[in-house]
Each structure stands twice: as structure tokens, then as C-alpha cells.
Design a protein around this ligand. Sequence first.
Ligand SMILES: *Cc1c(COP(=O)(O)O)cnc(C)c1O
Length: 286
Amino acid sequence: GIGVNALGYCDPEWSAAVAEQAGKIQHMCNYYYCPENTALAQELSQASGMAKAFFCNSGAEANECAVKIARKYGEKRGAYRIVTLENSFHGRTLTTLAATGQEGFHREFLPLTEGFLYAQAGDLAGIQALLDGSVCAVMLEMVQGEGGVIPMEESFVKGLEKLCREKDVLLLIDEVQTGIGRTGTFYAYQGYGVEPDVVTTAKGLAGGLPMGACLVSKSLGDILQPGENGSTFGGNPVACAGARVVVDRVSDPAFLKSVTEKGAYLKAKLEALPQVEYVRGKGLML
Ligand SMILES: *Cc1c(COP(=O)(O)O)cnc(C)c1O
């Protein structure tokens, strides 16, 4: 799968947890607290340093939630635009397609949701010029996945964080493909030493079951009030049972270290091959 089978093929601990939960309760109305998803929210917070989680079923939905949070954050001062990067990928719904900075995905589906501006990766001055008061957020991947496995420069990401703070613009990091240990830290931004306001995650999160989440920092913990976003299946207990095994195993520092080591080994061996020009990426996202 594309960044999905984080623990490999039918991992025994994962299979047992999923099967056990399916035999207990398979769905619970989201009006009530559910022990499986509150526990997962806690564990994800610990692994990521974020404060709260909204659960959904895919990466696109997680990004839709991030966009809604950003829009609400900027609403009172009329800031609704979101800057994303050229060559990015953020999903297939009409809003996340608009966020996706690749024209090839837009054609034939116009008009898309308005309010997205595109900048070039690495171009801090270009992004600064776009932050004219109408912008509420910047959204990017730490390693552009669908765009061709292109890691962001550390100086760019650090500079962007600083710029966002200065301009009171939210930093949204799309970790749908880079997250869950793939780059050698639980989330890739942790390897860059930045503190995002919103993080989206999906793909590998539940080890092969459909699940996404939008995580927010402490200061945004109350931005969405009950009823302002929702999902019938979001936080499904069976998916959560699988995700809890994934998060527990992958967030173990020894596991993450092994990702970095295996990635370095693979990179070195590939680079040594006569017909390989270079190898791009981070950790095992190569
Ligand atoms: C795959 C992907 C998405 C979309 O996730 P879906 O679960 O397919 O909706 C969003 N962002 C990134 C970076 C992705 O790689």
C-alpha cells in the first residue's frame, strides 16, 4: 500500500486487537465517549506533542478538518486564504484538490474551492509576499510524497515556522504520507524541530484500516465546538484498536531508530549501484 501497511502484512498483534474489538463492539455513535478512541487520542498526543484529535476516515477528510480550523481561526479578521506548495498533494475532495498544487489533478473538475494560493518550496520571500492579511494558514508536507518524494530543506521549514508566528498564520503540516514513523521520527516535523498548529495523519495510522485524524496544538484545543465538524464512522472502535497497536509499536524509540538505520542502509546500497544517480527521501520514505 502507499504508506499504509505500517506493521507489514497482517501483523499478529494488530490482527488480534482488531478481531477482539470486532467481537466486542464494532461501532459506537459519536455522541458518546468511546474508550478505544479516547485512549488513542491520548496516545497520539503523547507521540506527537499535539493536544487534541478529531478522528475521521481518510487523509482528505483530515485535511478538510484542518482547512475548517484555519478558516475559523481567521474568520473574525477576514483571513480565509491558505498558502500551499507547488507539487504538493493533499487529497481528492474539491477542497483538498484545490489545496493540491498540481494542475494535472485540477483539470476537468473546476471550479474548485476558492482561497488557495501556491508558492514554491524553499521560497520564503515568495511566501512572505503572499501573507497580506488575507491568509490564515500555510499547509505543506515535510516530504512531498505524490510529488515525487521530495524532502523540504530544514532551513525552509524553520524559517516558515518563524514567518507564520510573526504573521499570526497557522502552520498546518500534512503528515498523511510522512507520518507514523516512515521518516524515522513518529511524525516527520519532529525531525525538523518545529511545532505545528495543526497536523493531519492517515494512511499508516490504523495499519491498513481506513482512519484519519486531525491533531491540534493546545492553543487550538477549543476552536471547533461540538457539532461544528463530525463523522459518522470517525473514531470507529475497530479501526482505533488497530491504530493503538500501530501507535504503541511505532512510537517506541527503538523502532524509530531501526527505521533510520534501515533507511541509511538501503540508501547506501542503492547509491552504490552503478546506474543509480541519487536517492531522495528520509528514513524509509525513499
Ligand atoms: C494520500 C495523501 C492524502 C489523501 O489521503 P486519502 O486517505 O487518500 O484521502 C493527503 N495528503 C497526502 C500527503 C497524501 O499522501
